[in-house]
Design a protein around this ligand. Sequence first.
Ligand code: TMP
Length: 227
Amino acid sequence: MEMQAQFITFEGGDGAGKTTQIKKFRDWLVKEYNIDILLTREPGGTPEAEKIRNLLVQSDGGDWDPLSEALLLSAARREHLVKRIWPAMKKGQWVISDRFVDSTYAFQGYGMGLGLDYLQENYKRIADDFMPSLTLILDIDPVEGLERSGKQLDITTSELEKTENRYEVMGLEFHQKLREGFLDIAKRNPKRCRVIDASKSVDEVHKQICDIFIECLYKPYETAQIG
Ligand code: TMP
């Protein structure tokens, strides 16, 4: 039976292992279900949105007012939706995004104190009722997460990625707020969001993700279709 294209997002604090898990999950979906998948990320995903990413994420990216920052992220998201996500889904491709609107709610809403009301209204203007059918929130103690991403930055990433740490250097208190924000988002959206214990080993986390996929999207996927 052909499954309808789905939009799945991964969220979480820095150093939770999202990038590793997304690739493993994509490989598993292709192997088990032969699904055609577009892997993408936010901020970014189109040349224009990647330009906005460079403005915001690099350590020398400047000192943005939080609302200006949220508006730039929203512009990047609109580009991503119109030029990449929606056209891919129309063609029957599944889309998996490394971060999406919940990151704006957590980072700008909870972390930087903008709250949710305006951000939710703004999202509705750019995307109407479109939302992921499943959001996997990789949860980790920020102390461990920051330590992990610090290690990764030292050992494996390119010079360009090394400068992508504007958010990582924002301090522990900010990252605690972020974690609480993501957990609160999960509580408010119990059908769409699932929290995963990302402190476990790579294989254990991968298994949690696959089990949730089977439970939420594979068997009863009729209930998770995008309108
Ligand atoms: P990444 O490190 O997961 O690629 O994400 C880049 C940074 O951008 C990350 O620290 C979180 C931040 N971000 C926001 O603050 N708001 C957003 O809406 C998105 C998508 C990312």
